[in-house]
Design a protein around this ligand. Structure first.
Ligand SMILES: Cc1cc2nc3c(=O)[nH]c(=O)nc-3n(C[C@H](O)[C@H](O)[C@H](O)COP(=O)(O)OP(=O)(O)OC[C@H]3O[C@@H](n4cnc5c(N)ncnc54)[C@H](O)[C@@H]3O)c2cc1C
Length: 462
């Protein structure tokens, strides 16, 4: 059977992995990469899978850590990024750090020497045309301006963000519910779920003053020059900038204490209230509303733990604001990572709203496998959301709230809770091991099903 090539736009972490998965399934690939003809402000070379900043793939602990589990799944699926990462590993304790130049050079060599991969060094400046057939767009956080413009025109103004204004995200089971309570302001909402959509943490005057002092004193990162010219962040001012505008500004903004009654102390009106909103359908993660911040990570945990109810908080993700091009995937993509309005186009990598090198590569791995199966006339569903890859894709294509969607690292808060696991911080170690055991068994079964007679891998080998 003669197969049409699958086009991939962008040879970064996701595009490289997708190209490898498709070519290994026996399907030709055309990989379009704009470097070195057109550069980005962060990439320095023309190699594929260049690491633009740190050289770490983070924790390699596949028993107790969600990133380590993601490594495990990508290795099990024959991932190129993990194979080359392992081969060019540097000593880094429990983390997987790599020799960045040797790593990218090795990925480049594998892709350029593969007989089924054709490389096109050119910028794709418009939406991939329908006559290309199946295409994966993996152009990353620094997608070129003309392609970003074309995606915006095709999907709508609000659908492609240029800034990542992340409010910190807290694990629900680390919030002290003897201090916090569920209630929407003025009990607004038609359903009980809407009336209790927020978790509230009250402050008295003394606590508010201490909090503002700490916020003002905390160490912050600077905006980079190229970030300063981008007009998109006026609408999401960092919380510390609001505090600098006046000590009472937050109390009249995101921390206003109105429309709320503290059931733990109904007679005393709080002086200020920090609100947290559910961040995923499972209700395991909550973001702190309006708390996007440029505080450095160490300072951030110290300041946020001053909030009553968050003294013992564990963070799935700390806050930040930086340049990042990403889609409103929960609204735009289907469960196969296809653009609903143009189903010949899949998206993969950071542009789908995952965050991090390995998360991006894992979405390339999945998009590559899904596109390969489709080209072979096979139906392949993503892995179940009890696995790291499944949990991530489920989050970006449906689990997250489209109205407040922000990019996400892989973390155990995205996994469906285990029925009989011990809750709280104390049960964490046992719970994480149970999550990773369950994920490994289910990921192995998913890989096995794909390789069954008649499955995508079997058909490709014919
Ligand atoms: C400045 C910066 C620092 C970061 N630091 C880290 C970090 O330390 N650790 C971490 O885990 N994550 C980091 N990230 C986040 C993210 O994990 C990486 O950006 C990661 O490389 C994303 O993978 P990707 O494949 O989606 O995009 P990329 O790896 O950026 O690949 C996209 C590719 O598409 C190409 N391209 C773009 N537009 C076009 C076009 N129109 N036509 C053809 N080709 C095009 C680009 O040249 C690039 O090669 C950082 C991001 C940025 C912007």
């Amino acid at each position: 059977m003669k197969l049409n090539p699958i086009h991939i736009v962008g040879g970064g972490m996701a595009g490289s992995e997708a190209a490898w998965q498709i070519a290994q399934a026996g399907i030709p690939v055309v990989l379009h990469e704009m470097r070195p003809v057109t550069g980005t402000f962060a990439h320095q070379t023309s190699d594929f899978a260049e690491l633009v900043c740190s050289n770490s793939f983070r924790s390699d602990d596949h028993e107790n850590n969600a990133v380590g589990l993601l490594h495990w799944e990508m290795r099990a699926a024959g991932g190129l990024i993990m194979e080359m990462g392992d081969r060019h590993q540097l000593p880094a304790g429990g983390a997987l750090a790599v020799d960045r130049h040797a790593f990218s050079a090795a990925v480049t060599e594998r892709l350029t020497s593969h007989p089924l991969i054709e490389i096109d060094r050119a910028e794709v400046s418009g939406l991939p045309p329908a006559d290309w057939g199946s295409t994966i767009v993996a152009t990353g956080p620094l997608t070129s301006a003309s392609l970003a413009q074309a995606i915006r025109a095709a999907t709508g103004e609000e659908s492609l963000a240029f800034f990542d204004a992340i409010a910190p995200i807290v694990y629900a089971d680390s919030i002290d519910m003897s201090r916090a309570w569920f209630q929407s302001r003025y009990d607004k909402g038609d359903t009980e779920e809407e009336r209790t959509a927020y978790l509230n943490c009250p402050m008295n005057r003394e606590q508010y003053d201490r909090f503002i002092d700490a916020l003002l004193a905390a160490e912050k990162s600077e905006f980079k020059d190229w970030e300063k010219d981008t007009p998109y962040f006026e609408g999401c001012l960092p919380v510390e900038v609001m505090a600098e505008r006046g000590r009472e500004t937050l109390r009249h903004g995101p921390m206003k204490p109105v429309g709320l009654t503290n059931p733990h102390n109904p007679t005393e009106k709080p002086y200020a209230v920090v609100q947290l909103r559910r961040d995923n359908a499972l209700g395991t993660l909550f973001n702190i509303v309006g708390f996007q911040t440029k505080m450095k990570y160490g300072a951030q945990t110290e300041v946020l733990r001053l909030i009553p109810g968050l003294e013992e908080a564990s963070f799935a993700r700390l806050g930040g604001i930086h340049r990042n091009t990403f889609l409103n995937s929960p609204r735009l993509l289907d469960g196969q990572l296809r653009l609903k309005s143009h189903p010949h186009i899949r998206f993969a990598g950071q542009v789908t709203g995952v965050e991090g090198y390995v998360e991006s590569a894992s979405m390339g791995l999945l998009a590559g496998r899904l596109a390969a199966a489709e080209a072979l006339g096979q139906r392949l569903d993503p892995p179940p959301f009890t696995t790291a890859i499944g949990a991530l894709v489920n989050h970006i294509t449906g689990g997250a709230d489209a109205r407040t969607f922000q990019p996400m690292n892989v973390n155990f808060g995205l996994f469906p809770p285990l029925e009989d696991a011990r809750g709280g911080r104390r049960g964490r170690k046992e719970r994480y091991k149970a999550y990773t055991d369950r994920a490994k068994a289910e990921f192995t079964a998913w890989l096995g099903a794909a390789a069954q007679p008649g499955g995508p891998a079997a058909q490709a080998a014919q």
